[in-house]
Design a protein around this ligand. Sequence first.
Ligand code: FAD
Length: 443
Amino acid sequence: MRKGKRVVVIGGGAAGLLAGIAAAQNGAGTVVLEKKAVPGRKMMITGKGRCNITNTCAIPDFIRNLPGNGRFLNGALRRFTNEDMMDLLESHGLPLVKERGGRVFPASGRAQDVLDTLLAILAEAGGRVVTNARAAGLVLKDGRVTGVRYCNVEDDGRKEGQDYRSASRRQEKLGPVHVLDADAAIVCTGGASYPGTGSDGNFVPVLEKLGHTVEPLLPALVPLQPEEGFTEGLDGLALKNVRATLCDNGQAVTSEFGELQFTRGTVAGPIALTLSRTAARLVHYGNQGLDLVLDLKPALDEEKLDARILRDFQEDGTRTLAEAVRRLVPQPLVAAILDAAYLDGAKAVSQVSKQERQALRETLRHFSIPLAGTLPVEAAIVTAGGVSHQEINPKTMASLKVKGLYFAGEVMDVDGYTGGFNLQAAFSSGYVAGTAAALEDTK
Ligand SMILES: Cc1cc2nc3c(=O)[nH]c(=O)nc-3n(C[C@H](O)[C@H](O)[C@H](O)COP(=O)(O)OP(=O)(O)OC[C@H]3O[C@@H](n4cnc5c(N)ncnc54)[C@H](O)[C@@H]3O)c2cc1C
């Protein structure tokens, strides 16, 4: 007579591995189905290959750093904390280091070591990973899960996913359908970002058919896309200590202070990524007229900024306006600032009027870049949207629609900022789902 429950985890990423570990450690016969040739492909590219596993901040700060329904994870983050995650890895021989902003990495600097450690813990607990196995659906009886349908899928094992552009949604060659009997299934299929890593939103139609609401999969933590021509000549420029405000038809929506980078015709860097979540939502819901408005001198108030400009002008009256502006902003921005302020860069500063000085000041304060939107979800570090958290029990991650069905990780409508928050969200929800799936009475 079988003692433990049979738990099938769908998806062998961060959430799936923790779900598998927790289910197996709690006595369930556990199988993790992974459609790629190897599990954890996305984890391998996290933190630029170093894997920013978690963050040492307190739980309330964690929740603040999960703008996508972080409060829903309050219980899970407390049940399986960042400390628990660090203990789990360290107690299995993986030394960790803490860096700037509480970010935690493996001391080796290799994401592979994190993945190998998790796979070893799963194997030690008796869990099994089946690769090249794509879950295609669930088998239900009387409204509860009794099995998982899956097909073998060809994956050539190429190291896809490093660059989202190379990660095309290739036609997968599917083999015959198998059924794996199960008392519970945990869906950990991730979002739709970097599809070459395996998380491509393929399981969404199955979940919708089961009656779950799936909030639109939108990019979060993704470069902003300026309207054509507006950032020409700025590629390679990095701006530090600027304030960037996202404006919708002139109305400020949200604002961030920090660093921006202009790259490949997009605006990237930490504060652009943070603002992108809101920008993507606004575009998705039809808002037009988005601008990124930069305050290039946020440390100076009006008076100090004017005094600073005047001082530059008075130092050498023969200096051209372009030369004076160069003393205020990096060279690639000079022409753009002069154009935006309708000023003639060849004019000697001694000839510049008070009104012209005011126009310069205003442009330095409100340098506006019209936005077409963001890069697509495929290019995003995280996917916002997913299975509505309102249909998931926050204590167990159990579906409120189907008995024996659980969720964990990015497949849910939870998303966070950079800093280790997304992986910890996946680990905590995975652990809670795995434990509940193994122990709860789903009959
Ligand atoms: C470039 C990049 C860098 C990042 N860096 C960090 C970082 O340093 N720190 C951090 O906290 N977060 C980081 N993230 C975010 C983090 O990687 C994700 O939030 C996290 O991996 C989500 O875990 P998950 O298990 O929910 O999904 P995933 O890791 O995406 O795993 C989902 C798995 O499910 C599999 N799958 C999908 N459908 C099926 C199916 N039908 N059948 C079987 N298997 C299936 C996929 O192949 C995949 O392996 C980064 C993301 C990117 C793209």
